[in-house]
Design a protein around this ligand. Structure first.
Ligand SMILES: *Cc1c(COP(=O)(O)O)cnc(C)c1O
Length: 230
């Protein structure tokens, strides 16, 4: 069952890449396992998935610890809000943090990343649709924070992440994704070696890929509806 759903998601990615004239390897699937247990992660892992995204630090940590035999064989991404007082365990246990939305958070993660580990990969989260309720830097704030984060030891700034406001039709879905891509292109022109545009979820991955997403974050299309909202 999960094998079928994963195959379907990979087909959607491949077909969106074909439509955009992009190689299928240019898009990475991040499997969003929030609210589903370690068994769901294990099942997706045995289908060949290696990257998993979690929204809650504690829930993610419990899953990491529940799968000791997969340690080092899964790349764990934090894709939910991070409070300053929870950075240490994230710096120690996760491989990526996609939700850095202030310099202070990056400074703590940098200071707390253990010396023996490779740099922690980070994306800046951008509030690309300008929603009052949403986390993320405003587009105007991004450049200054990006340059400051890029200078920190212990971190590798990889790119930008956003959760655009849901939209029903393809063209409206493309607009915020395009804005995020243009922001990334500006940073690259400014000399930052960024390679990651994390955007696109179950409902809008085609629009995200059309606009250059390099990582799509997919939950419900793989695992079904979540037992509780998250
Ligand atoms: C839950 C979540 C996803 C996955 O959403 P689906 O619609 O279930 O694919 C992706 N990104 C973030 C940040 C999420 O919180």
């Amino acid at each position: 069952m999960i094998a079928d759903k994963l195959a379907r998601v990979h087909e959607r990615i491949a077909s969106a890449c074909a439509d955009a004239g992009r190689p299928v390897q240019s898009v990475t699937l991040l499997v969003v396992s929030k609210t589903f247990g370690p068994d769901a992660v294990r099942a997706a892992h045995s289908e060949g998935e290696r990257r998993f995204g979690e929204n809650y630090v504690q829930e993610g940590l419990e899953k990491i610890l529940a799968l000791p035999d997969l340690q080092g064989r899964i790349e764990w991404h934090l894709i939910g809000p991070l409070q300053s007082n929870k950075t240490r365990v994230v710096a120690e246990r996760f491989d990526w943090v996609q939700t850095v939305d202030r310099l202070k958070l990056a400074e703590r993660l940098a200071a707390q990343r253990p010396a023996g580990l490779p740099p922690l990969n980070v994306c800046l989260q951008v509030n690309i649709s300008g929603e009052a309720s949403k986390a993320g830097l405003t587009p105007r704030e991004v450049a200054a924070v990006a340059h400051a984060v890029a200078a920190l030891p212990g971190l590798a700034l990889r790119g930008l992440m956003a959760i655009p406001e849901p939209a029903a039709d393809f063209e409206s879905q493309r607009r915020p994704h395009r804005a995020l891509r243009e922001l990334l292109e500006e940073l690259r022109r400014d000399g930052l070696p960024l390679d990651t545009l994390s955007m696109g979820m179950s409902a809008d991955l085609e629009a995200a890929i059309a606009e250059g997403a390099t990582m799509v974050r997919i939950g419900s299309a793989i695992f079904g509806e979540r037992p509780r909202p998250a």
